[in-house]
Design a protein around this ligand. Structure first.
Ligand SMILES: Nc1ncnc2c1ncn2[C@@H]1O[C@H](COP(=O)(O)OP(=O)(O)O)[C@@H](O)[C@H]1O
Ligand SMILES: [Mg+2]
Length: 301
């Protein structure tokens, strides 16, 4: 559905290498998270797919079409929700959507426009001007705009940045529904819970390189040997008290809580060591790693 091969991008003016030899193959119907910190290269990648930024090397195929030779064809297949909110202040929501539909030769699609507006809870904003919309509404309008030509792939560039929690959850539900109906979705985000909740595949990009590309469940399982142990004591702690655990990653939180990241197999050994030191703890909590922990570890590597 989407094949990216050996894709690189260096911005000429600044000589900034934004993407290094990216390879990514997205199958029809996948829901993929593209995770990366600020400056990782997510928007550059999406801008190349959108035809807004020229690649330096490599090849992109969208459907059966080469991005370079068939710009119009590839534009029909993908819908892109950009990171930057554009302000079409002088037009109404309905006009903006009709104009966008017009680019793709769609006419008389009033029923579809109504359907889109309703599923994005914008139906009562149809006649509102762009300037009258809140930030969250503008984001949703961008989603409607990206879907107006019924693309096969929807690519969203941090769609929930700056959107309040309630709206974010409404957006998740909308994306889930789209995915169920067969849409291929790529979501870039730095909200890891978003990737954890929605996506089946997680691609991590760091400094322009893909450093992980795995089914989410596998990623979680591979790292599940590592656990986070929280031990509460009833006295104040000093990190110096735990020199005997220096081979582990030790932290003190809220003065009385010891936090350890260890492999599961070391748990007995660690507890024994603490008991041998005659240190009495009052509570013990063991947590499996979240995608967030894994992500941070991947980036540090
Ligand atoms: N137009 C540009 N000119 C020069 N450098 C750019 C431009 N756009 C982005 N960059 C640089 O490329 C890198 C990747 O940026 P970007 O793709 O926006 O990352 P992300 O979306 O993951 O935050 C950053 O170092 C950024 O400063
Ligand atoms: Mg970005």
């Amino acid at each position: 559905m989407l094949t990216i091969s050996n894709l690189s991008k260096t911005y000429l003016k600044t000589k900034k290498v934004a993407l290094k030899d990216i390879n990514l193959n997205i199958e029809k119907g996948e829901f993929t998270a593209l995770l990366g910190q600020n400056g990782a290269g997510k928007t550059t990648l999406i801008n190349i797919l959108a035809g807004n930024v020229k690649k330096t090397h490599g090849e992109v195929k969208i459907g059966d079409h080469d991005l370079e030779n068939s710009e119009l064809e590839t534009k029909k297949i993908i819908g892109i929700v950009p990171q930057e909110i554009s302000y079409e202040t002088a037009f109404t929501v309905e006009e903006i959507l009709k104009k966008q539909a017009g680019y793709f030769g769609f006419k008389n699609n009033n029923a579809y426009i109504d359907e889109l507006l309703e599923s994005l809870a914008l139906e009562d904003k149809k006649k509102a001007y762009g300037r009258e919309l809140s930030g969250g509404m503008k984001r949703r309008l961008l989603i409607a705009k990206a879907l107006i030509h019924k693309p096969e792939i929807l690519i969203l560039d941090e769609p929930t940045a700056g959107v309040d929690i309630e709206l974010r959850h409404a957006m998740y539900e909308f994306l889930k529904k789209l995915h169920k109906s067969g849409m291929t979705i790529i979501l870039t985000t730095h909200y890891i819970e978003e990737a954890e909740k929605l996506c089946k595949r997680v691609v991590v990009i760091n400094k322009g390189e893909i450093i992980a590309d795995e089914p989410k469940d596998k990623l979680l399982k591979d790292f599940s040997k590592e656990i986070k142990v929280e031990i509460d004591f009833d006295c104040e702690l000093s990190i110096n008290d735990f020199k005997f655990l220096s081979e582990y990653n030790v932290e003190i939180k809220d003065k009385k809580k010891l936090i350890l990241k260890i492999v599961k197999n070391d748990l007995t050994k660690v507890i024994e060591k603490i008991v041998q030191k005659n240190m009495k703890f009052i509570d013990l909590n063991i947590e499996k790693q979240s995608l967030e922990d894994i992500y941070l570890q991947l980036i540090r590597r």
